[in-house]
Design a protein. Structure first.
Ligand SMILES: *Cc1c(COP(=O)(O)O)cnc(C)c1O
Length: 380
């Protein structure tokens, strides 16, 4: 037994990052614009292989906030948000003075339930007289949601979808990259995401005009005058040329990263294949191709006799980091007054799920050891 700690998802550098950063210093582009910002945006646009335009920003949360601004979300509006997600998916709704309306998940992908989404839209129209202004769809842990069904519902009510692909960079649905299905999409480049810029995000836009508007709002909404003229409230959300340099370096290895995440998920699957009561969350159908940002499992304590908390504790004692799944937002004290449409799915997943170490710093031997420790723990 080694003393090495195995962490959930650690950032991993390609070696190219310092080259791009040095270039920025050498050419004195140490500002929130410049060649790395433009280069990183181009890298992301080619990665998405679609007709989308990308604006890089200071965080995924900033990208979600600007998506709200561009979608015209205002004080008094309602915005539907998947309940089973990180708080950052919903916070920007509140920044705009709007009200989040939470919708529960379906068990196949763990993402928003199309059936419940439809019910929620109908019910909001009936109770408030207005349709929700936008829908925040999340691909949790990288697993693509049931996009066909969701887009059909959203389109039939003409409500824009904001696709939170913070965890789903490189995931695909029906052969197309997640982040390109909604009117707007977002990525996060925080330290533990699929790639990192040490902190950053991107807004995926449907047109060059939208990208221009996003970048305008992200740079204090400065109007094109010879002096400082402001006609809109702006934000300081642009990515720095230094962070974008890290991003360009990361883009040289993203495909290898994704491949490794998928390889580890496959390995976890094989190792738990004959373990009753432990299931690995996997693609439910051929259209879904998760990047497996984090491999997640559920532990049925009726079968194993051990719950997720005990397994988490046991792993911790062995120097292995694991984590509970996101606590559904409709159960968060801060959102206690938000309307919710629930079916028990996310709450039940929260009560039995765990995230396991994944990513480029985790080896096959690590995964074998982790699986062995989990099996030991549930046998005792
Ligand atoms: C990380 C994350 C965000 C926020 O991204 P930041 O870059 O940390 O601001 C939003 N939504 C989800 C689902 C996330 O996991």
């Amino acid at each position: 037994m080694t003393n090495k700690k195995i962490l959930l998802c650690l950032a991993h550098m390609s070696g190219q990052e310092q080259h791009f950063i040095k270039e920025a210093f050498d050419s004195n582009w140490v500002v929130p614009l410049g060649p790395n910002v433009d280069g990183f945006e181009q890298d992301l646009e080619s990665f998405l292989a679609s007709d989308k335009y990308v604006s890089v920003l200071s965080s995924g949360t900033a990208a979600l906030h600007l998506a709200m601004v561009l979608a015209g979300v205002e004080a008094g509006d309602e915005v539907i948000c998947q309940s089973f997600t990180f708080a950052a998916s919903a916070n920007p709704i509140v920044y705009q003075g709007a009200l989040p309306v939470f919708v529960d998940s379906e068990p196949d992908t763990w993402n928003i339930s199309p059936q419940l989404l439809k019910e929620a839209i109908e019910d909001r129209i009936k109770t408030t007289g207005h349709k929700p202004k936008a829908i925040v769809l999340v691909h949790l842990y990288g697993m693509p949601a049931k996009i066909d069904e969701i887009m059909e519902i959203a389109n039939s009510y003409d409500i824009p979808v904001i696709e939170d692909a913070a965890e789903a960079m490189g995931s695909e649905y029906d052969g197309k990259k997640c982040g390109t299905f909604g009117k707007y999409g977002i990525f996060s480049f925080n330290g533990n995401k699929m790639i990192t810029t040490s902190g950053g995000g991107a807004l995926i836009c449907p047109s060059a005009e939208d990208k221009k508007r996003a970048t305008f709002y992200a740079t204090q909404a400065r109007e094109p005058f010879p002096f400082y003229q402001h006609e809109k409230i702006g934000y300081n959300y642009r990515m720095s040329n230094i962070c974008a340099g890290i991003g360009r370096g990361q883009m040289t290895i993203i495909d290898k990263h994704i491949e490794h995440h998928r390889h580890l998920a496959d390995l976890y699957c094989r190792l738990f294949h004959n373990t009753p009561g432990v299931s690995v969350h996997i693609n439910p159908a051929w259209k879904h191709s998760s990047n497996y940002w984090l491999t997640t499992i559920t532990i049925d304590s009726d079968i194993t006799g051990t719950d997720n908390a005990s397994v988490c504790q046991h792993l911790q004692s062995k120097g292995i980091e694991s984590r509970f799944l996101w606590k559904p937002l409709h159960l968060q004290p801060v959102f206690k007054d938000s309307p919710r449409y629930v079916n028990g799915v996310s709450e039940s997943l929260f009560n039995k799920g765990l995230c396991l170490p994944s990513g480029p710093c985790v080896s096959d031997e690590d995964v074998e050891m982790i699986a062995e420790e989990i099996k030991l723990c549930i046998r005792n």
